[in-house]
Design a protein around this ligand. Structure first.
Ligand code: ZN
Length: 84
């Protein structure tokens, strides 16, 4: 999987988790679904984290890449290779 694809999937998974967490506020209390939305949201966020730990790595040295928020690194912090 290419690095831009990994980034898109990683941010997509995290976005879905955040949307579920935020939408849990809007769920009416009568259905008692807030904890379910929150639990699923947290689980999806954890899956996004695990996905990034497994796949968001330098193609050259396979070192874990560090993104600062939505800013993507231009160079690998481990081997100095230029990233896509
Ligand atoms: Zn590297």
């Amino acid at each position: 999987m290419s690095l831009p694809t990994v980034r898109k999937v990683m941010y997509g998974i995290c976005l879905i988790g955040f949307i579920l967490l935020i939408s849990s506020v809007a769920v009416p209390d009568e259905y008692n679904l807030k904890p379910v939305f929150q639990l699923i949201g947290y689980l999806i966020l954890i899956c996004g984290g695990i996905f990034s730990l497994i796949f968001y790595r330098c193609p050259g040295c396979h070192g874990l890449l560090h993104s600062k928020g939505f800013f993507t690194p231009k160079y690998c912090s481990h081997c100095g290779d230029e990233l896509e």
